[in-house]
Write a new protein. Structure first.
Length: 575
């Protein structure tokens, strides 16, 4: 071993200080791999060196494909405990991939259990664990423990309609169930997921993570289905919900801390045909708030927004579906105008970020504190700026409009698909058109699009560009890009998101149309003439700036000037 350390020193993998530290730990009986790690030797360069020195093979696990049938030939317990991945070599021989070539007992145990011979190969521990998690499932080691406990301690499949709630509670508080739920949450946070969906089906339990706005299925062992009720009950216990109630929806919340980060988990449980489904909304309170210039707005829209934010009164609405980044935009706007001369009060559900210098109120329906009742009380505190988390009903809308007409700048959100629809939506709520026209200053519709992964970005080929050029012509840049898919982006080709916006300023012409109860399409035509860019056109701006892909823009937006019948007619003409 000293000879190997000396050769590492000669080849510059370690310095003299590290060499002394490694030799010292080896003399004390530390395992070699542990000694190298303690002294800061990087995993991959070390294993590549050891492969050359020991006559072994260093493998990249990413290109290999694994099937459940292939992995079923090997004891999952050994693979999980010993961190070994078996692969089929090019010549048909079996390779046992490990990160510790000095632990021969692990390979011997695998040989004894399967009766087969293996050639030893090396790969970084992180790659092996990632491969195990991907193909055996999240928390695979815990699933094995759960199955073992079920056999040893009589834990049975629990009928979701059963009345024996004591057994269900005991199952939910079992060590393996607790550990499995923790692993699901940890995995979601590590993958930057915003939601976790746990969905029961007749023969399986599906777990999906929403990452960058798109659902991705997590690899979960099929055996987890039999512990479905215990898993749901564990989440109910954490969220302080009634585990005996399985007939009606329930909502709760969990606070967790992981790696020093405080995560607020919103829990929604709904009974389905094969059991209860759970959706967990993950809110990272330690997330860094974006500035106005980091949201992805065009220079024109950013300048308009900054001017409107300085107005003394009026309503500014941000619209879009759930998960489109409305709250982030509003918080960025509040941070932009937050100073010692303004009193800012918000009423939200939930409070996603804690803003220094801003008074924030959490609504509580059980206590009778709603958006409408809270907004009435807020106005008695003499605020300059008010944020109402969402306008859900006519009562809240009326109070917000009255607040704007009495000298307050009011921010809120509304669930509409585009900016012009927000104006007609308020009228549909029962607000008089003249009140909408006199109080509304601007509407900002937005979506989030995924950003191309910078680690695997590549240009589209000429063959891929040709049909796009025929369809969109000069609206597209000469070169478009896509993400090939890599380890950093979990093979999706995307990592992170950025906003696209539709900024509609309520001008005198628009006010006249509102008073005349004009439709959303009529309002859109006038707004476009005055410079409003549609969501799709704003998305094309990101194509010119090489941030996203054409597929992503088409997925998130619709063409306001090109109808479905136009598309069908064109397709029929081609035939």
């Amino acid at each position: 071993m000293n000879a190997i350390v000396n050769r590492m020193l000669d080849q510059g993998l370690i310095d003299e200080s590290a060499a002394r530290g490694i030799n010292g730990l080896l003399a004390e009986g530390e395992p070699p791999t542990r000694a190298f790690a303690v002294c800061g030797v990087a995993d991959e360069p070390l294993l590549r060196f050891l492969a050359r020195e020991l006559g072994l093979v260093f493998v990249e696990l990413e290109p290999y494909t694994f099937t459940r049938e292939f992995l079923a030939q090997f004891p999952a317990r050994i693979l999980l405990d010993k961190h070994i991945v078996p692969v089929q070599g090019d010549d048909g021989e079996l390779l046992a991939v490990t990160s510790d070539p000095f632990d021969t007992s692990a390979i011997d145990e695998l040989r004894l259990a399967t009766g087969r011979d293996y050639q030893v190969a090396l790969a970084p521990l992180a790659d092996i664990d990632r491969c195990i998690k991907k193909h055996l499932g999240v928390g695979a080691d815990t699933v094995q423990s759960m199955i073992s406990e079920a056999g040893d301690n009589g834990l049975q499949v629990i009928d979701t309609d059963a009345d024996d709630d004591m057994d269900l509670t005991e199952a939910a508080e079992g060590a393996s169930i607790i550990r499995f739920v923790n692993q699901i949450l940890t995995e979601a946070i590590e993958l930057r997921a915003t939601d976790v969906h746990i969905e029961p089906f007749e023969e399986s339990l599906r777990v999906r993570y929403r990452i960058d706005g798109v659902l991705q299925e997590a690899s979960i062992a099929a055996e987890v289905k039999q512990f479905q009720a215990a898993i749901v009950s564990r989440l109910k216990i954490l969220a302080k919900l009634d585990i005996a109630e399985k007939r009606i929806p329930q909502d709760g919340r969990i606070k967790i801390i992981i790696s020093g980060r405080e995560i607020d988990v919103r829990v929604s449980v709904i009974p389905m045909i094969y059991g209860e489904a759970v959706v967990l909304r993950l809110l990272d309170r330690s997330s860094v708030l974006l500035g106005m210039d980091k949201l992805g707005m065009s220079p024109r829209d950013l300048k308009i927004t900054e001017i409107i934010l300085e107005r003394p009164h009026g309503i500014i609405l941000v619209t879009g579906p759930t998960g489109s980044g409305k709250t982030t935009t509003l918080y960025a706007a509040l941070s932009h105008i937050n100073d010692i001369q303004r009193k800012i009060i918000t009423i939200e559900d939930p409070i996603e970020y804690q803003l220094h210098g801003i008074n924030q109120i959490q609504i509580s329906r059980k206590a009778g504190l709603t958006f409408a009742s809270g907004l009435r009380s807020i106005l008695r505190h003499d605020p300059d700026v008010v944020l109402v988390g969402e306008i859900r009903d006519s009562e809240t809308a009326e109070i917000a409009i009255q607040a704007s007409l009495t000298g307050h700048l009011v921010f809120s959100t509304l669930h509409t698909n585009d900016a012009p629809s927000a104006l007609t939506r308020l009228v549909d709520m029962g607000i008089e058109p003249y009140l909408v026209a006199s109080s509304l200053e601007a509407v900002l519709a937005q979506r989030l699009i995924r950003v191309i992964c910078k680690h695997c970005r590549e240009p589209l080929s000429a063959g891929e560009m040709a049909p796009l050029k025929r369809r969109f012509g000069d609206r597209l840049p000469e070169v478009l890009y896509k993400g090939r898919g890599c380890r950093q982006c979990q093979g999706t080709g995307y990592r992170g998101r950025i906003g696209i916006f539709e900024m509609m300023v309520v001008t005198d012409d628009v006010r006249s149309l509102i008073i005349e109860s004009a439709s959303a399409p009529e309002l859109r035509k006038v707004a476009v003439k005055q410079g409003m860019r549609s969501l799709r056109d704003d998305g094309f701006r990101h194509l010119n700036e090489e941030r996203s892909t054409i597929e992503e823009i088409l997925r998130v937006t619709k063409d306001e000037t090109f109808g479905l019948t136009d598309f069908v007619d064109q397709e029929l003409e081609k035939k």
